[in-house]
Ligand binder design. Structure first.
Ligand code: HEM
Length: 207
């Protein structure tokens, strides 16, 4: 059955609408975990150890957003849905936002901005060192996420630099694994997802 001219016109109008709605919808959804945390904090629903809860919750979401951002290109390559590429940078910045909250909670709520103690922790506890390495890898990526920086660096150099996001994700998962004494299922799942995402990119053409 062929589409009538009216139906064709409607589908042409609907496509840009979907594309225009994508960014605000993803933005609101990505704010969800932070809003949920604030709600939980105000309703005393974040357990008996709220500081640990906040650090872990933000760490979890940082890693999830890193993986979600990394899933955009494979999704585009597999489905051919080009518009999804528009939210990749936003998702990466949300990963950085949750990492910053994670670190801020650790530095401010857990360590009370006691810089010598924080430094001692970074040096002594290897999982914190690895977390710090992951964070420092993400900083230049967040700093060069604007259109102006893409222009200044040139698309090729920019893309090459932004491949370090994989290293940050690997370090984030190792950081998670190292802090655990038992129950490695969750980081193993994140690791498997990252391996699949890397595999898809290796098999499909690099954009
Ligand atoms: C890309 C960077 C990072 C990512 C993706 C990340 C992610 C995570 C994840 C997933 C957890 C475990 C959460 C859970 O138990 O469910 C965690 C724990 C933790 N992270 Fe990070 N992290 C990063 C960087 C850092 C940095 C730079 C620091 C400190 C300077 C840090 C401090 C901690 C601490 C202290 C815990 C354990 C909290 C506890 O024992 O209760 N993280 N992180």
């Amino acid at each position: 059955m062929t589409a009538t001219p009216t139906e064709t016109l409607e589908s042409v109008r609907a496509a840009p609408l979907l594309q225009r709605a994508l960014k605000p919808v993803v933005f609101v959804l990505a704010c969800g975990p932070a809003a949920w945390l604030v709600y939980g904090a105000f309703t005393n629903a974040i357990g008996p150890n709220p500081i640990e809860y906040i650090i872990r919750y933000c760490g979890d979401w940082a890693l999830r957003f890193l993986l979600i951002a990394l899933a955009v290109t494979p999704l585009r390559l597999i489905t051919g849905w080009q518009a999804v590429g528009r939210v990749r940078r936003m998702l990466g910045l949300f990963a950085f936002f949750y990492v910053c909250l994670h670190i801020l909670a650790y530095v401010g709520l857990d360590q009370f901005f006691n810089w010598p103690a924080i430094w001692a922790d970074i040096v002594k506890r290897v999982y914190i060192t690895v977390g710090m390495a992951a964070f420092l890898t993400l900083v230049p990526l967040a700093a060069t996420s604007t259109n102006g920086m893409v222009k200044r660096l040139g698309a090729r150099r920019w893309r090459r630099l932004h491949r370090f996001v994989y290293a940050a994700a690997v370090a984030g998962i190792i950081h998670f694994l190292m802090m655990l004494k038992t129950g490695y299922v969750e980081p193993a799942i994140y690791g498997a997802i990252l391996a699949v995402l890397l595999g898809v990119r290796a098999v499909k053409k690099w954009p």
